[in-house]
Design a protein around this ligand. Structure first.
Ligand SMILES: Nc1ncnc2c1ncn2[C@@H]1O[C@H](COP(=O)(O)OP(=O)(O)OP(=O)(O)O)[C@@H](O)[C@H]1O
Length: 265
């Protein structure tokens, strides 16, 4: 079964008939999915359904055995994660990936460094004027994003010292420091308090509404997914089991049997 939706506007990200095998296990089997600008798509399913594998394929960490991935219409199936990041794709991971020895603000500055332009190490050491200008602009952008994420006042704190919920928000802030076209969020609400997950939902919502970013979200917190998503795709045993609005998914008896019955009670 496929879940391709062909209405305009053009998808930012599209997976066509993706298949991945691990020995005898079919982790993904004929999975299609497309994401449009400004939409927030929740990706849910029981443990082992293939969600992480699909994220790995979309972000370029794993090459599929079958099928293709397109980013803004370009076939990126054989492109590296770095190439995809440079063309507007960002991903966060289930396990946090912040630079613990850097401050929160520096984590966000580093996320913008790939643009280069500062003249390399020599320019850093000599404090070249161009380097100082880039640095100032990137710090200003970091401060703006931290404010938008409700992280004011945490810029000088070392990332390693943050409680889990704040670290999750910093990961999101870092992923959007350089505005993405498509954002893959892997369990962003894990370990957050109710208030923190509300804040996350509101930041993700603004990102899609105001900046037209397409978001794909894997999350076991079903209430969070239902609240934040405009559309939900359900994976089960490596296949798309259902796709629809949060209300449609909630009412779908196959989904309740496969997943919601245990996840949502
Ligand atoms: N590196 C691997 N080697 C072998 N099998 C793997 C590997 N990675 C995943 N699998 C298998 O592929 C299937 C899909 O796993 P995947 O981690 O993508 O599921 P998931 O939906 O992300 O699960 P979870 O919710 O537990 O994170 C599972 O059967 C898993 O055991």
């Amino acid at each position: 079964m496929t879940s391709t939706n062909d209405a305009s506007p053009q998808p930012v990200l599209r997976a066509d008939r993706v298949g991945v095998r691990f020995g005898g296990v079919r982790a993904l089997d004929d999975v299609s999915l497309s994401l449009r600008p400004g939409e927030i798509c929740g990706l849910i399913g029981p443990n082992g359904a293939g969600k992480t594998t699909l994220f790995d394929v979309l972000s370029g960490i794993r090459r599929p055995d079958e099928g293709r991935v397109r980013l803004e219409g370009t076939d990126v199936t054989r492109r590296s994660p770095v190439w995809r990041a440079r063309h507007g794709m960002r991903r966060t991971f289930q396990r946090q990936q912040l630079f613990g020895q850097l401050t929160v603000a520096d984590n966000l500055v580093v996320a913008q460094e790939w643009h280069g332009g500062g003249g390399g190490l020599a320019a850093d050491l000599l404090g070249a004027p161009a380097r100082r200008t880039y640095e100032r602009e990137r710090r200003a952008r970091a401060a703006e994003v931290l404010r938008a994420c409700g992280l004011d006042g945490l810029g000088d704190v070392y990332a390693a010292a943050l409680p889990v919920g704040r670290a999750r928000m910093v990961e999101l802030a870092r992923a959007v420091a350089d505005p993405p076209r498509v954002l893959l969020l892997d369990e962003p609400a894990a370990g957050t308090t109710a208030e923190e997950s509300r804040q996350l939902a509101s930041v993700v919502g603004r990102l899609s509404e105001q900046e037209g970013c397409a978001v794909l979200l894997v999350e076991h917190d079903v209430a969070f997914v239902m609240e934040v998503s405009t559309r939900i795709v359900v994976l089960d045993l490596g296949r798309v089991l259902a796709e629809g609005t949060p209300a449609e998914i909630h009412a779908d008896h196959r989904v309740r049997e496969a997943y919601l019955g245990t996840a949502a009670g």
